[in-house]
Structures are given as structure tokens and as C-alpha cells.
Design a protein around this ligand. Structure first.
Ligand code: AG3
Length: 281
């Protein structure tokens, strides 16, 4: 007999998955981790009751979180990932040949280990790449104590509850400012804006005093239900958002990327925000 997995993100509504088989389930000490198979979405991974990634639609999120900042920057050599234990972000970053090193700071070793085992196509070998430097540590402490500088920083966190909560605080953003190169850019998952509107308001309020530009871009990830997700964007380099479509296209071609959601036109269009999001700023 099969059982169901009900996402518990919102108190009065949620999506439900038929579980064909539970592949792994544990309380890691940081959070509840479950990985299961579902006929519609393939292998699914959830943390603390919230769907984090599925085999079938992960490309939407990972491509948008990586190629928008990377191709806006155009020559990122040093990249920092906070979180991202399933390895999807690392995989996409390493597609950029100009990258010399990627540091990934994940708090939960078990998420990395279990995703390598049960979601192997997420990292697709990226954890074995000599350019990847994996640190098991608290992301907030790391960015505040770090003496290195990065060109692109990507925060692939859970939502602001449990271990992810600190990754939405001013102290974290101050640390980001501390280790971001002057012309670099920081991006972060910022929730589904229709249902988590407060996150848009709060993130904007906290990033604005620290960066010349605090803004958002968006994309629709099927299993992050409720409409578009916003990605926070913070930088002191005002030129990045205004890089022309032609330049993005040339960089995309030169990088020889193969993508399934991302296109240079999607990239440019993703900075157009719905009115209700702009009103939340
Ligand atoms: N991290 C972001 C999950 C966000 C889910 N939130 C939501 N539906 N409101 C996913 C990790 C993928 N590498």
C-alpha cells in the first residue's frame, strides 16, 4: 500500500505526493530529511516538511539561480555557494569554464551524502571536481569570518525557518557584503512571493542599506507551488542588471551551455516583476 507525503509549508493548504517508495528518512540533527520516489516527479527530496527538489523540475531552479548571476557578471572566477547540499547549484556553476574555484558551505553533511546516493544526477559528479571545495560549516559564521572575496555568491537555502532562518538575517547579509568582490553579485532563493510576501519585504529592507542595488528576479518552479518564486539580487555594480540581451546571448554561446529553462531572453525578462511584488518592496 502506498502512502502520501503532504507538504506542511502553509497551515491551511499544501501539495500532496504519492510515495511509491521511501528511499531514505532520518532526523539529521539539523533537520528532518526524506527522499522518496513519486511517479510524476521522480525522486523527491524534502526537508522539515518542505519540498526542496525533484528530479523532473530541478533544472528550472538551478539554471535560474546560477546562469542569471554568472552570465550577468560575465567573468566570474571565484564562486561561493551557501547551502545547496543536493549539488544542483554546484553542477551548474561548474559548467562555466572560466570558474577557477567554487567554495560550497553546507551545514548538513548528510544532505550531501544522501543526495549523492539517491539523487546522483543533481551533483552529476560535481563533488569530485578538483575546483570544488566543500566546507561543512555554518554559513553565517563562514561569510563573516571569511577573508577571501568572491565574484558570485549564491544562497541556496531552505525557507526562513529551522536551519535556513539565519540565512535571511542582516548579520548574514553583512557577511555577504564582506566577502563579495566590489563588482560581484549575490543572489538568494526568496520564496514564493504570492504566499510568502513578507519575505520579499523583509529581504528588501535588510539588503537595501548594504548594497547600491537590492532587487529581485523571478521564475516559476512547478513544485514550489503558488506561482512565481522571487530570487533576491544584491550588488554594488549597477551595470550587471543592464547588460544587454545581445551581450548575454554572446556570453551564453561562448560558454557553450546547454539549458532546458534558461535562455538569454528568459534571463532579461526575469527582472520584470509583477505589480504585487513591487508593491511589497
Ligand atoms: N532550496 C529552496 C527551496 C524553496 C522551497 N520553498 C518554497 N516552496 N516556498 C531548494 C534546494 C534546491 N537545490
Amino acid at each position: 500500500m502506498s502512502s502520501n507525503y503532504l507538504e506542511t509549508l502553509y497551515p491551511a493548504w499544501g501539495q500532496q505526493f504519492v510515495i511509491d517508495e521511501v528511499l531514505f528518512e532520518v532526523n539529521t540533527g539539523h533537520q528532518h530529511l526524506i527522499i522518496f520516489n513519486n511517479a510524476q516527479w521522480g525522486t523527491v527530496m524534502a526537508l522539515d516538511g518542505v519540498i526542496q527538489t525533484t528530479e523532473k523540475d530541478e533544472f528550472v531552479y538551478h539554471e535560474m539561480m546560477v546562469h542569471v548571476p554568472m552570465l550577468s557578471h560575465g567573468n566570474a572566477k571565484k564562486v561561493l555557494i551557501i547551502g545547496g547540499g543536493d549539488g544542483g547549484i554546484l553542477r551548474e556553476v561548474l559548467k562555466h569554464q572560466n570558474v577557477e574555484s567554487v567554495t560550497q558551505v553546507e551545514i548538513d553533511q548528510q544532505v550531501i551524502d544522501m543526495c549523492i546516493q539517491y539523487l546522483p544526477n543533481h551533483s552529476a559528479g560535481a563533488y569530485d571536481n578538483p575546483k570544488a571545495n566543500i566546507v561543512i560549516a555554518d554559513g553565517v559564521d563562514f561569510v563573516n569570518e571569511c577573508t577571501e572575496k568572491f565574484d558570485v555568491i549564491i544562497s541556496d537555502s531552505t525557507d526562513p525557518m529551522g536551519p535556513g532562518e539565519v540565512l535571511f538575517t542582516s548579520r548574514f547579509y553583512q557577511g555577504i557584503k564582506n566577502c563579495l568582490n566590489e563588482d560581484g553579485v549575490f543572489v538568494a532563493q526568496n520564496g514564493v512571493s504570492f504566499l510568502q510576501t513578507e519575505e520579499v519585504t523583509t529581504t528588501f529592507k535588510r539588503l537595501s542599506p548594504l548594497f547600491t542595488e537590492a532587487s529581485f528576479y523571478c521564475g516559476a518552479v512547478p513544485t514550489y507551488v503558488g506561482g512565481i518564486m522571487t530570487f533576491a539580487w544584491a550588488t554594488d555594480n549597477l551595470a550587471l542588471k543592464n547588460v544587454s540581451l545581445e551581450t548575454i546571448e554572446a556570453r551564453y554561446k561562448a560558454a557553450n551551455l546547454s539549458t532546458r529553462f534558461y535562455t538569454p531572453a528568459v534571463h532579461k525578462g526575469s527582472f520584470a516583476l509583477p505589480q504585487y511584488v513591487m508593491e511589497a518592496l
